[in-house]
Design a protein around this ligand. Structure first.
Ligand code: HEM
Ligand code: HEM
Length: 171
């Protein structure tokens, strides 16, 4: 199988962009507290994840016929598809639930102070607690699945000598 067959340039672009934005949002989520003002950046970069995430899904659908064949077969192929699916799901669900947490706490979502996203729900303390826990749990799931994703990529490179990493890198 031709494992050197690269992903289309636009898919490589979105993969890199979303990897940077999602890891940045995750790290900001870990280090922010009430005082350090990082919540503002966490929410702003998180909003970019949602915006570019939607564009990425549209781009992926349009490129369906140009995606290089998977190097995995049988059960492993199913695992790979599930991991990719979960990552894509988290790319949309995490920002939406975060947006709901913010509104339920009674705060709007400002995007770098330029404009506010519309409020989806009104203030509701009890709901904000539940949504906050869901958001936190979702972030942990995203982190664990991302680790599995990166380990799998390195495993292919080192163990099976299939250089899947170069198929998705911009260079
Ligand atoms: C990829 C997107 C996102 C990731 C990976 C992410 C991750 C996280 C993490 C790790 C935390 C800390 C949880 C803790 O307290 O231990 C957090 C908290 C929070 N995030 Fe996000 N987040 C994302 C997007 C967003 C967005 C778009 C918003 C709002 C528009 C948002 C709003 C919040 C809020 C309000 C909290 C505090 C929750 C609470 O106090 O219960 N997040 N997020
Ligand atoms: C941060 C380090 C990351 C590395 C090293 C990495 C590595 C890779 C590699 C090597 C592939 C190609 C697999 C193949 O050839 O079939 C791939 C594909 C993929 N990655 Fe990542 N990835 C990273 C981050 C992310 C993140 C944050 C997401 C979140 C959405 C993600 C979602 C995907 C998806 C969905 C695919 C399948 C192609 C597509 O449908 O766009 N990756 N990744």
């Amino acid at each position: 199988m031709n494992t050197n067959h690269k992903y289309p340039k636009s898919m490589i672009f979105y993969h890199s962009l979303l990897a940077v934005l999602m890891v940045a949002t995750l790290v900001l989520g870990w280090v922010m507290d009430r005082e350090n003002g990082l919540m503002f950046f966490h929410k702003s970069v998180g909003a970019l994840v949602l915006f570019f995430g939607v564009l990425r899904i549209i781009n992926r659908v349009r490129n369906m016929g140009n995606i290089p064949p998977s190097v995995n077969h049988g059960a492993l192929h199913l695992v790979e598809k599930s991991v990719h699916g979960l990552l894509m799901l988290m790319m949309l669900v995490l920002p939406i639930v975060g947006w709901l947490v913010s509104n339920a706490k009674g705060y709007p979502v400002s995007v770098f102070g330029l404009f506010n996203l519309p409020d989806l729900i009104g203030k509701n303390e009890a709901l904000s607690e539940t949504l906050g826990e869901m958001h936190e749990a979702g972030a942990t799931v995203f982190f664990l699945v991302l680790i599995a994703h990166v380990v799998a990529a390195v495993y292919h490179k080192v163990k099976t000598k299939e250089d899947v990493i170069s198929r998705i890198l911009p260079w």
